[in-house]
Ligand binder design. Structure first.
Ligand SMILES: [Zn+2]
Length: 279
């Protein structure tokens, strides 16, 4: 599933490709459930003639801001990709939306599993309300150690499930949660309130480093993720624990363990990430 680094990579790619472009036509909608906030013909009426003014990211949502203050928020879920191609290019299978730009290119939403969603908001306030109900703070940028410590103090629950909770921090999913906890040498089932200040500092550093490195490598392409130009990312070659059960820990050589936590596969090093902490 695309997480923060993949959505950020796509946002940067789209920003270079489509900001300033006018939407000439809207087509290819074959899966109306993908549009929770608008009927297909309403969406087409709202978008045709609009210019894309900005491309942003918030959590795992990709935001397109339009010149009439309306916006689109795209959540790719499992397999959704947003790619820019010449309008004459044949539509690849599983294309569920095509915004035809007036310069002869399309931005297409391709999603084999069909869990992805495209939300339309007529006003900035409606978008902000939607995001505020679903997302906590961004893990990069202004999140300092003190703020993270404060967020952890207020929470019960275990670190892995907390990192997956979008209201705790926005944008982290199963893959980067495991990578972050390995980098921080924290067991995924540690409770938030049991962390020492040194451990909170390690967690804070790991969040920044793992996400920034993955962005620098343009995301992780394990299966379907592609960037806005249709290219895979490069971070899959640098994963430390995710998907590596039985392989030696790259820090201590102990075989990586896999465990189901809340129905999600969780990979960790049983030696470097001790349940009682103190490591
Ligand atoms: Zn280890």
């Amino acid at each position: 599933m695309p997480e923060l680094p993949e959505v950020e990579t796509t946002a940067r790619g789209l920003r270079a490709l489509i900001v300033g472009c006018r939407i000439g036509a809207v087509g290819g909608i074959d899966w109306p459930r993908m549009l929770p906030t608008s009927a297909p013909d309403e969406l087409a009426r709202a978008l045709v003639g609009r210019t894309i003014q900005a491309v942003e990211r918030r959590g795992k949502y990709l935001l397109l801001r339009l010149d009439d203050a309306a916006s689109l928020a795209v959540h790719r879920k499992m397999t959704g990709n947003l790619v820019v191609v010449p309008s004459v290019a044949p539509r690849q299978p599983h294309t569920h939306l095509a915004l035809s730009l007036e310069d002869g290119r399309d931005m297409r939403f391709v999603d084999p599993r069909k869990f992805g969603r495209v939300y339309y908001f007529p006003t900035p306030e409606a978008l902000e309300r939607f995001l505020a109900e679903r997302l906590g703070p961004e893990p990069l940028g202004e999140l300092g150690v003190e703020r993270l410590a404060e967020l952890l103090r207020r929470r019960r629950g275990r670190l892995k499930s907390l990192l997956l909770n979008q209201l705790f921090l926005a944008g982290i999913g199963n893959l980067y949660a495991d990578e972050i906890l390995w980098a921080a040498r924290l067991h995924p089932e540690r409770t938030a309130s049991s962390l020492s200040l040194a451990e909170v500092e390690r967690l804070h550093q790991a969040v920044q480093r793992v996400l920034l490195e993955a962005i620098a490598r343009r995301g992780t392409s394990l299966s379907t993720y592609r960037d806005a130009s249709g290219e895979p990312g490069e971070n899959q070659a640098f994963l430390q624990v995710y998907g590596r059960a039985g392989a030696p820990c790259l820090r201590c050589g102990t075989p990586i363990a896999r465990k189901l936590l809340g129905a999600r596969g969780t990979w960790f090093c049983p030696q470097c990430q001790r349940p009682e902490g103190g490591g």
